[in-house]
Design a protein around this ligand. Structure first.
Ligand SMILES: C[S@@+](CC[C@H](N)C(=O)[O-])C[C@H]1O[C@@H](n2cnc3c(N)ncnc32)[C@H](O)[C@@H]1O
Length: 282
């Protein structure tokens, strides 16, 4: 059974966390492969927090012994200018994104940007490089250990422009119409109640504001889906939406326009960028 799961994802190079869970301590995780109801939201979140806290404490986004793209190499492959951006190697080492959402949009220097599931804050730091007062980045994550490192390793501009908040994407502690842009790199997939998160994102966006996400989308049938297991969530498989599901959710939560651009395909999953815009008159 495990071989079948692995076979489906043989082309998957990232997100790294997905792969490292396959090789937990050098052994494959024991996944039960029947389709059962998803675990309750709080269990998924507790599991995700525990996993990412472990990554933060170890200091690498790659716990696997497999030779997989991770950290700075992965970021370079995804189009980040890793040699010229002034970002600490300790931050690059913990990069666990699925793409490069900032590639989708030209930032205005006075924007307020929410980095949802910011992790150690690579995209927050990249965005901060384009800002000037009153522009700011709010890096938000449920894993406090990541935020501590984001604070500790912030570069000079991030110290000026980034604010780090421990919170849940499903209950954003921000006022209505706060942000010009929300970015989410590899985190939307991990949120159990996606509709609730999109309602929240839409609420805190200014009219005409943007949402730019990079994530895995489901493009084929995932056989042997271990959907009853928290591992499947943290593994970025159980939470992957199809493009049709994105269409339905974005429409129902008040976005007026969106596009899903496929990047690379990995068997039944593909990495994609999603860019959406809130109604200008809302
Ligand atoms: C795959 S990592 C990506 C981190 C970062 N965006 C990057 O590119 O390195 C996913 C992040 O989403 C965070 N996350 C997962 N569920 C969340 C939720 N419900 N609310 C806020 N953050 C969440 C995790 O703690 C983790 O830091």
């Amino acid at each position: 059974m495990r071989a079948r799961i692995l076979h489906q994802f043989r082309h998957l190079r990232f997100p790294v966390v997905c792969l490292l869970l396959l090789c937990h301590n050098g052994h494959l995780l024991n996944m039960e492969c029947c389709v059962l109801p998803s675990p309750p939201s709080h269990k998924i979140k507790a599991y995700i927090r525990e996993l990412y806290a472990r990554l933060a404490n170890v200091g690498t986004a790659n716990l696997s012994r497999a030779p997989i793209a991770a950290g700075k190499n992965l970021a370079h492959d995804l189009g980040y200018d890793t040699s010229n951006l002034s970002i600490s190697n300790k931050v690059w080492d913990l990069f666990a994104g699925c793409g490069n959402p900032l590639e989708e949009i030209d930032l205005e220097p006075d924007w307020t940007i929410l980095d949802l599931g910011c992790g150690v804050g690579v995209d927050s730091q990249v965005a901060a490089l384009s800002l000037r007062t009153p522009g700011r980045v709010i890096g938000l994550d449920i894993t406090a250990e990541f935020l501590r490192l984001a604070r500790d390793y912030a570069n000079v501009r991030s110290k000026l422009y980034c604010h780090w908040i421990a919170a849940d994407a499903e209950e954003l502690p921000l006022r209505n119409k706060t942000a010009d842009l929300t970015i989410a790199n590899g985190s939307f997939n991990l949120i159990p109640q996606k509709e609730q998160a999109l309602v929240e994102i839409n609420r805190i966006l200014k009219p005409g504001g943007y949402l730019a996400m990079a994530d895995l989308v489901r493009v084929g049938k995932i056989e042997s889906m271990p959907s009853s297991d928290e591992d499947a969530w943290a593994w970025c498989v159980a939470g992957a939406l199809s493009t049709n599901e994105y269409d339905t959710l974005l429409r129902s939560t008040g976005f007026s326009w969106w596009r899903v651009s496929m990047k690379s395909s990995y068997g039944p999953l593909a990495s994609a960028h999603v860019l959406a815009r809130k109604h200008q008159l809302s």
